[in-house]
Design a protein around this ligand. Sequence first.
Ligand SMILES: Cc1cc2nc3c(=O)[nH]c(=O)nc-3n(C[C@H](O)[C@H](O)[C@H](O)COP(=O)(O)OP(=O)(O)OC[C@H]3O[C@@H](n4cnc5c(N)ncnc54)[C@H](O)[C@@H]3O)c2cc1C
Length: 306
Amino acid sequence: MMYDLIIVGAGPAGVSAAIYAARQKMNLLHVSKDMGGQIGKKAVDIENYPGFDKISGPDLIKTFEEQLKANKIEPILDEVLKIEKIQSIFKISTATGENYEAKTVIITTGGDPRPLEAEGEKEFIGKGVSYCALCDGPIFRDKTVAVIGGGNSGFETAGFLANYVKKIYVLEFSETAKADEQNQKVVLDTQKAEIITNAKIIKIQGGKFVNALYYQDRKTKEDKRIDVEGVFVEIGYSPATAFVKDLVEFSDRDEIVTDLETYATKTPGLFAAGDCNKGRYKQIITAAGEGAKAALAAYDYLQKNK
Ligand SMILES: Cc1cc2nc3c(=O)[nH]c(=O)nc-3n(C[C@H](O)[C@H](O)[C@H](O)COP(=O)(O)OP(=O)(O)OC[C@H]3O[C@@H](n4cnc5c(N)ncnc54)[C@H](O)[C@@H]3O)c2cc1C
C-alpha cells in the first residue's frame, strides 16, 4: 500500500502532525518506538502547556492517545531503521522487518538521553545509574543520590527525587547552575539538596550496586568522592537521527537542518519537526507547533506534486 504520509515518532511533534494530517484526509501511517516520547520521562507536572494548569506526563500522553483515536489513527509500535528515496517514493524499513512506502515522510524522532561517558556509567545502568527519575526514583527511597546536570531537567529531577530520597547532590560542570531560579528554589527548599558546581565527573563505582561517585573540582583540581547509591544523568539529549543521515543535512550536533517555514529537509517530500531538528527552544508546545506545520507543508507538497 502506498501512503500519502508516514510519520516517524509519537512524541508531541508526531502526534500533532498526525492529527493535522488526518484532518487533511491524508492517507497516513504513524510508526513509533513508543507513545508520548520524552514527556513519558517527565518527573514532575508539566506547567507550560496551554490548556492545562498542570498535568503529569502520563496524563498528557493519555490525552494524546485519545485524540489520535478520535481521528482514527493507531500508531504502530516499531523502530524505523532506514529510509531511502527511490525516484519519488520513500521506502521505510523497520526493526520488525516491515517495509512501507509513502510519498512524503515527517521525522519527529526527538532525542535520547545524552550519556556522561564516565567510567562505570554503562556498567551500572540499572544498578544505580538511571536516566529516568520518574521510572526509577521510588527505588531510591531513603538513599543518597547524585543528579548530574544543573539545568532545568537536573533540578526538576532533584525536586522529584526529594519525595523519596534522604539526600541529593546536584553536580554541575560550570561555575553556576543553569536552571531557572524557581526550579532551584524548589530543590533548595526541600533541605535535602547540596549543589556542587565546577564538578567534572570522573567515575562511578560500586559492587553489585553503585556506592560512590568521583569528580574533580575544576577550580582546585582536587579529586573528590561522594558516597551515593544512585546517579541520575540529566545532561541533555542527543537527537535520534542517525537512521536518516543519507537524506538530510546535519547540524554540528546531528540535528536535522530544515527550512524554518515548512520544516522541509534538503530531500523533497521529507520533513523534520520537533526536537530532532536544529530549531531552538525545544519544548512540548514548540514540537507540537512544528509537527502541525510540517503536516500542512507535506499536504501542500502532495498537492503540488500530484
Ligand atoms: C525530563 C524532561 C522534562 C521536560 N520538561 C518539559 C516541560 O516541562 N515542558 C516542556 O515544554 N518541555 C519539557 N521537556 C521537553 C519536551 O519533552 C520535548 O521538547 C518534547 O517531548 C519533544 O517532542 P518531540 O515529539 O520532538 O520528540 P520526543 O518527545 O523525543 O519524541 C520522539 C518520538 O520518536 C520516537 N522515535 C525515536 N526514534 C525512532 C525511530 N528510529 N523509529 C520510530 N520511532 C522513533 C520515540 O519513541 C518518541 O515517541 C522535557 C524533557 C525532559 C527529558
